[in-house]
Design a protein around this ligand. Structure first.
Ligand code: ADP
Ligand code: ZN
Length: 217
């Protein structure tokens, strides 16, 4: 099953993808995480990406498309994958269809997570990440056991450099103008499953994941 996660920043795409990965035994591919890893390791790709990612802007399509194409053609994606953070505009969505079409594949399911906008800002500001295992915590909704320390690694959590109010504004703006049309693109194909994630209705990412799993079995 080829799955695409869609939704604004902080809606829980990574969390849902992680749960789906365990259940379905297919890889979780987060383009943001791949870029951050390359930036940390100062690879050629990282040197290009850092200029954009640090500002909360999109890395150019040619660079991103090439990276995703290579990743999706690796052996572990043969039985499916969960894409998280791609496609983010219509150019990328059409490229994804092309990449998959070359091997007779297609997008089977788009999981669309949505959250009220005031909650989005609160969530992203409370987000912390383990620099070692990359596990994501939330200081309001999903706190580590002690202070700001990773439960598994025992080291101090960090805030992503692009998780400031100003950069989040840039990122959300790109989401509403460039990424929302992609959701419509998939809606027209009839593959979108909408899931609300919000504390107001007492529904978090794990419930959304459970619902998605129930629907595909
Ligand atoms: P966000 O919380 O803004 O969705 P991500 O972790 O998904 O952040 O991505 C971090 C950064 O990596 C983005 O701001 C962007 O610079 C880059 N990036 C990730 N995915 C893409 C993509 N599909 N196209 C272009 N740039 C991307
Ligand atoms: Zn850790």
């Amino acid at each position: 099953m080829n799955i695409v996660m869609m939704g604004a920043q902080g809606t829980g795409k990574g969390t849902v993808a992680g749960l789906l990965k365990e259940k379905l035994d297919i890889p979780h591919i987060s383009t943001g995480e791949i870029f951050r890893k390359n930036i940390a390791e100062e690879t050629e790709l990282g040197k290009i990406a850092t200029k954009y990612a640090d500002e909360g802007k999109l890395v150019p399509d040619e660079v991103t498309n090439e990276m995703v194409k290579n990743r999706l053609n690796e052996a572990d994606c043969k039985n499916g994958f969960i894409l998280d953070g791609y496609p983010r505009n219509l150019v990328q969505a059409k490229e994804l269809d092309k990449i998959l079409g070359e091997n007779g594949r297609k997008v089977d399911l788009v999981v669309h997570l949505f959250t009220p906008s005031d909650e989005i800002v609160e969530r992203v500001m409370a987000r912390r990440e383990c620099p070692n295992c990359k596990k994501v915590y939330n200081m309001i909704l999903n706190k580590p056991k002690n202070g700001e320390i990773c439960d598994d690694c025992g080291i101090e959590l960090i805030k992503r450099v692009d998780d400031t109010e100003e950069k989040l504004k840039t990122r959300l703006n790109i989401f509403y103008t460039e990424t929302e049309p992609v959701i419509r693109f998939y809606r027209n194909k009839g593959v979108v499953k909408d899931e609300e994630v919000s504390v107001r209705i007492n529904r978090l990412a794990d419930q959304a994941a459970e619902d998605v799993i129930k629907n595909i079995q």
